[in-house]
Each structure stands twice: as C-alpha cells, then as structure tokens.
Design a protein around this ligand. Structure first.
Ligand code: SF4
Length: 362
C-alpha cells in the first residue's frame, strides 16, 4: 500500500523557519518502525528511513544463498519494502567493519543470545545522527516501544541509549512518546505531542489495530526474528568462536561463515563447517581460498571447510565427518579428497558414527 500526503489528513507541518519538518528514522521494516514512521507522516512531517545492513540479517543471507525454492518474501529487504508501502525514501547504509567490532566487544554486553541490542541501537542512532547532520533533518525517531523487548526497551535502557547516542532531546519514540519526557521537536511545536502514542509492554494488540487501520498488513514477524545475533544456534557458534580467539583476531569472514552449515570443533584452533545442501556448498566454495576443503568426489557430498591448520588426526576426522554426510555414508570406507591451494590428499576413512559425532558439534 502506498500513501500520499493527501491521505495524511494534514498538510506540511510548520517547522524550522521557511521549510518543512524533516524526520530521519531507523526503518528495519518491522511493524513498530513502520508504524512510527506512519504516525509522523500523519502529521505531515517529511520522513526519510534509514535501513542498516549489518551482515546479520537472515533475509539478506537467504538472498545470498539463493535457494531456488525459497519463499521470495523471506529474501526481500524489509526496509525497502516498508519504504515502498509508506511512500517514503529509504537509504540502505552498510554498517561495515565498525559494527562487527561492536558486535565482538559490546560495551553493554549481550542479551540471551549473541545480541548486543543496546550497543546496536546506539550504533544505529549514532549513524542516523551523522546522516542528519550531513543530509539535513530535524530529529531522529525509532520504533522502540517501552517494555516490549527484554534487553533494550526498558525505561533505563531507553534513557541510556538516548544519553549515549549524542542527540539527547532530539530522539523521538513516537509509539511510546507519552511515557517519556517531551523531546525538543515536541516542545518547539514541530511535532504535535497530542498525536503521538502511549503504547507500552509486550502485547502487540495496539500495533496490530493500527496496522489494520492504515492497511499496513505485509510485515515480517516481530522482534529480532530476522537477526542472526538473536538466534540460538548462531549464538552457540558465535560464543564458541569468542572462547577460542580474542575479538581482535576474529575476521569478518569467520563471522559470515557462522551463518551456514553444521559446525564441529576438532581442537582449540581448528573447526570445520559442513555444508547442508548445494546452496551452502556454493556459498562455502566462495570462502575456500587458503583453507583445507574436503569432499567425496563422484557422489552427492557436502563441501567441508576447515578453519585453522588441521593436523593429520584432525584431517582424518574432518574426512570421516564429510563421508558421514555424503551419499556414501553407509559404506564401510569412503575416499575423501582434501585440497588446499595446489595440494591434494586422498583419505580413506569410515564415516563417523553419529554417537561420536555429537562430541564435536558446536
Ligand atoms: S535483534 Fe539484532 S538488529 Fe535488533 S537490536 Fe538486537 S542486535 Fe540489533
């Protein structure tokens, strides 16, 4: 559904002398950020949405894998989709290396999984503030709802985020505004506080009613559903990685590889990743340069990639695990080819027994 200004019920809102009020918002494309933008549009405020590409979005990853039978909805960029529904411009910003460094060493720690939600919010709001300074804008808004999410949306967290993001007084949360002190844009009359909302808590009833009212029905599942950092399996691999290397040593591509395949730790400095299907084989293949790569030739076989430098025992184990997931898993002995750069080795191994396998699984 697209929306025109005439539907907003109000024209341009009087703002800074001689021009329209311009709001810069974080737009993940989830229901809350979409509604927050819509609440401001209702007042005739110009809205620009920023969507951060963090490297941990599940939809982006599915798009990179490109499985032919994947549901297109699960591969789309929800920020762009929400922008189209709202009829507003969206800027997609690469969160880059600085975001990865924050994820590996968050000042305010992790939530239940590997999610550094407080630092993540501060990072993005900082980015929005920079964008506002560079491209023009009067304040920043988010779709945060007081009390909705355990880590980042308590009153204390909301205050902390505002304090640390460097734009105190210019950060508006339209959905929970009436639970929070009035911001400067409200006090200056750029935003009509009476038309902001007083939503709080985990129930999403009010948001659903609003989405019905405004015809915004096409949105993804709420709260962290698209973020690998909040995923249980990803978090196990992430914390395993951190236990075996200091944050400064962990490379970007090692974090990317936590998103694919089955992971097994063979030693303190060696782990392997076993692809689960052809799409993951292709994905792993892109990261094979310089790493040992195992495969059963001539049959359906996963690609297994080793991180670190495996010794002979670990190579045999990696081969045995590769054989276990190949089409020849029921045979007593399987020949597995191991390659690294120009080197090649043939390993004749029995497929590992499932009971033994579990001891290595991350
Ligand atoms: S769930 Fe992920 S994207 Fe969302 S705030 Fe937490 S870390 Fe950031």
């Amino acid at each position: 559904m697209t929306r025109s200004m005439s539907e907003a019920g109000e024209g341009t809102r009087p703002g800074p002398p001689g021009r329209k009020v311009r709001a810069i918002g974080l737009l993940s494309g989830g229901l809350d950020s979409t509604l927050a933008a819509r609440v401001l549009l209702e007042q005739g405020i110009e809205v620009v949405g920023l969507h951060f590409s963090t490297g941990f979005c599940m939809n982006d990853h599915r798009r990179a894998l490109g499985r032919p039978d994947e549901d297109p909805k699960r591969m789309r960029n929800e920020g762009l989709r929400a922008g189209a529904d709202l009829g507003i411009p969206i800027e997609v910003l690469d969160a880059g290396e600085a975001y990865l460094r924050m994820v590996l060493n968050p000042k305010h720690g992790y939530g239940k999984r590997a999610n550094p939600c407080i630092d993540c919010r501060i990072f993005m709001i900082h980015g929005a503030a920079d964008y506002m300074r560079e491209h023009g804008g009067d304040f920043v808004f988010t779709g945060e709802v007081l009390g909705q999410r355990p880590m980042s949306q308590h009153m204390q967290s909301l205050k902390l985020i505002e304090k640390e993001c460097g734009i105190a007084g210019y950060l508006l949360r339209p959905l929970s505004a009436h639970h929070l002190p009035a911001t400067l844009p409200e006090r200056l009359g750029w935003v009509d506080r009476d038309r902001l909302l007083a939503i709080s808590g985990r129930s999403r009833k009010e948001q659903m009613a609003l989405s019905e009212r405004w015809g915004l029905r096409d949105y993804p599942q709420p709260a962290g559903g698209c973020c690998f950092l909040a995923d249980e399996n990803f978090a196990k691999r992430f914390h395993d990685k951190k236990q075996h290397a200091s944050p400064e040593e962990i490379r970007r591509e090692e974090l990317i590889l936590l998103k694919v395949g089955r992971h097994f730790r063979l030693g303190p400095t060696v782990k392997i990743i076993v692809a689960r299907d052809e799409a993951e084989n292709n994905f792993l293949g892109r990261f094979a340069s310089g790493a040992w790569r195992f495969e059963v030739l001539g049959c359906g076989s996963p690609i297994t990639l080793a991180e670190g430098e495996p010794d002979d025992r670990q190579k045999a184990l990696a081969a045995s695990i590769t054989a276990r997931y190949s089409d020849r898993r029921t045979e007593p002995l399987v020949e597995v080819t191991a390659r690294q750069g120009g080197r090649e080795e043939k390993l004749l191994v029995p497929p590992v027994a499932d009971a033994a396998l579990e001891a290595y699984r991350i």
